[in-house]
Design a protein around this ligand. Sequence first.
Ligand code: TMP
Length: 238
Amino acid sequence: MEKRELLYEGKAKKVYATDDPELLIVDYKDDATAFNGLKKGTIAGKGSINNRMSNALMRMLGKYGVPTHFVRELSDRETLVRRVQIVALEVIIRNIAAGSFAKHYGVCEGTPLKISTIEFSYKNDALGDPLINEYHAQALGLATKAEIDRISELAFRVNKELQAFWLSCGVTLVDFKLEFGRLNDGSIILADEISPDTCRLWDAQTGEKLDKDRFRRDMGGVEEAYREIMSRLETHMA
Ligand code: TMP
């Protein structure tokens, strides 16, 4: 597979064209940002960990019937993926109160939620990715009702499988963010990444944070946390 021109550079990844118009190469960086790019840094080894973790989880989800963009891991940092039109929604599932949910609703971080929740943000850096509801998303033409229903169904299925997998690693899946894309035939598949950048992962015994919150909140031990969570995944991945 030949790597062609750089199509897009995001905060954590670069995306390249290939000689196949249906396929792209994603190249994961060690760069980390938070608060819509206000805070910048690097997390040594993150690119490789996020690439390999996201691929392992997407491979697993594929077996459970969740269609994903994953095609093939090319190197430590590079993966071949299916080209999609990204749906401009960040899809967030929560099992335990944390982050913006804890802040908005005045609940202590760590409070278990009575049901798992889904919410959407409008993927728009200039606006700071504002929360949006299903009606607003349809009104703005970001997705149809059928697409939002399908995305929600897939997101909850991802939650079920990821919760069970992380529990087997001694890790609590607190919350996470997904992005979906459309193929040319209109079908919806899981895209972007699933990694410690996009999930809250807490040690099930101690509650220790093993994710990007260590960077966002200047807690230290960031690289160690990424290495720890990756080693748990590698130990428990069937
Ligand atoms: P939040 O509590 O800050 O809204 O974050 C919810 C989840 O989404 C958490 O697992 C971190 C993830 N997330 C991203 O992946 N990208 C983002 O830009 C933000 C704000 C959160």
